[in-house]
Design a protein around this ligand. Structure first.
Ligand code: PLP
Length: 435
């Protein structure tokens, strides 16, 4: 029989052979060996509800039974040839994306990851506008390549090195911790209006673009007020920029009822970048933009070796088909609203909960030591993760202080799963509050 590595052996081998910045969750990491829809199983057969979707990558369910046979067939037929040759699935997928995307977003390019998609989006902004400078948001996360790190607005995710010049971060729409100590709506959205001040005082006033996640993921599920992006859109346009939304976490149904997160703010972006959930477990990222903006790349080479490979394209198409067939975006709204309501009920009972926010199945619960001071409960958050794991629930962690529970399960979860999340959190928060 094939020898299976134990958790301890894997730990030792990781320490010896992987970059030491390769992170893990939990005091004692778990070895996940199997996944089936919203559940995963460890090497001892213990079942977990994956309420973090393997970091928001599994949108329609682990090893979805509609998708796997199609991918298997493709893998047995042709794995790769690059876009230098014709293959039918890439155009079928691109056509379908154009059909579901808002406004005039019709032209795609595919990558393997979110940061590559953001790099290309920045390049498009520069080529189209002829400008160089960007505005992004505080608390944002856009990936680990140099441009993506330069856009990212969290010291936690920065190293001390020279970044791409001309990127400035504006305030996020983080009402729970408003940087101006104001209350919505009397605040008159001063955070969004700051974008103009930053452009006026910190740039040449000719910007290439603005980057934002509709709901900030790693930042701690920061879900800005409904007017926020409309105000910024208008400012960005006055200063020549393109409006780019990074839908790497929000993309394809997660925020409930709509394919894209930004649709909740009724703004049509110039460029959308995507990855993670659109591939449901395979490396697939992409950019979609208008024909006019895409034309700025004509005559200029761009290439990505595995971008648009047949296997990922079949998987991507399968994800879109599953989303439509099972109406998962609608399920995300129904179960998400139910879960959010229950989380607010928990907040009545548990003083550790400072805030509950998010849309659909992209929910955040901010833990605080004291509701008045809002001191982040980061240590409690770590313990909360371990205690949830012991009870068969995997959750994520976010925010600069690492004190926000991220609940982002596969979109196929049901009410019973939502009740399980609530039951476990209720018990675990009770334990932590007694300490
Ligand atoms: C919003 C957002 N953008 C971009 C990225 C980078 O994606 P990747 O890790 O696929 O490069 C991430 C990754 O977590 C993300 O959350």
């Amino acid at each position: 029989m094939e020898k299976k590595l134990t958790v301890e052996e894997i730990g030792r081998l990781r320490e010896e052979y992987l970059l030491p910045s390769t992170m893990t969750y939990y005091k004692k990491p778990i070895n996940i060996v199997r996944g089936q829809m919203q559940y995963v199983y460890d090497d001892e057969g213990k079942k977990y509800l994956d309420a973090f979707s393997a970091v928001v990558t599994i949108s329609v369910g682990h090893c979805h039974p509609d998708i796997i046979p199609k991918v298997k067939k493709q893998m047995e037929t042709l794995q790769h040839m690059t876009t230098l040759y014709y293959h039918p699935v890439i155009v079928e997928y691109a056509k379908k994306l154009a059909e579901i995307s808002p406004g005039e977003l019709k032209v795609s390019f595919f990558t393997n990851s979110g940061c590559e998609a953001n790099e290309l989006a920045a390049l498009l902004c520069k080529n189209f506008t002829g400008n160089q400078e960007f505005i992004a948001l505080r608390h944002s996360f856009h990936g680990r390549t140099l441009m993506a790190m330069s856009l990212t607005g969290q010291s936690l995710w920065r190293h001390s090195l020279p970044y791409v010049f001309g990127v400035h971060q504006a305030p996020a729409g983080y009402c729970y911790r408003c940087p101006y100590h104001l209350k919505y709506p009397e605040c008159d959205l001063v955070c969004a209006k700051q974008v103009e001040e930053i452009i006026k005082y910190s740039t040449s006033s000719h910007i290439a673009g603005f980057f934002a996640e509709p709901i900030q993921g790693f930042g701690g599920v920061i879900d800005p007020p409904k007017e926020y992006f409309k105000i910024i859109y208008e400012i960005v346009k006055r200063y020549e920029g393109l409006f780019v939304v990074d839908e790497v976490q929000t993309g394809f149904g997660r925020t409930g009822d709509k394919f894209f997160g930004i649709e909740h703010w009724e703004v049509t972006p110039d460029i959308i970048t995507m990855a993670k959930g659109i591939g449901n477990g395979v490396p697939l990222g992409g950019v979609i933009t208008t024909k006019e903006i895409a034309e700025s790349m004509r005559g200029k080479v761009h290439f990505n070796t595995y971008g648009g490979n047949p296997v990922s394209m079949v998987q991507g198409l399968g994800v879109l088909e599953a989303l439509e067939k099972y109406n998962y975006a609608y399920n995300a709204k129904v179960i998400g609203d139910y879960l959010k309501g229950k989380l607010w009920e928990l907040a009545q009972k548990h003083p550790l909960i400072g805030d509950v926010r998010g849309k659909g199945l992209m929910l955040g619960v901010e833990l605080v030591k004291d509701r008045k001071t809002k001191e982040p409960a980061a240590k409690e958050m770590l313990e909360c993760m371990d205690l949830c794991k012991d009870r068969g629930l995997l959750i994520g962690k976010g925010a600069m202080a690492g004190n926000v529970i991220r609940i982002k399960p596969p979109l196929c979860i049901n009410e019973e799963d939502a009740d399980f999340i609530i039951k476990v959190l209720d018990e675990v928060l009770g334990i932590l509050e007694k300490k």
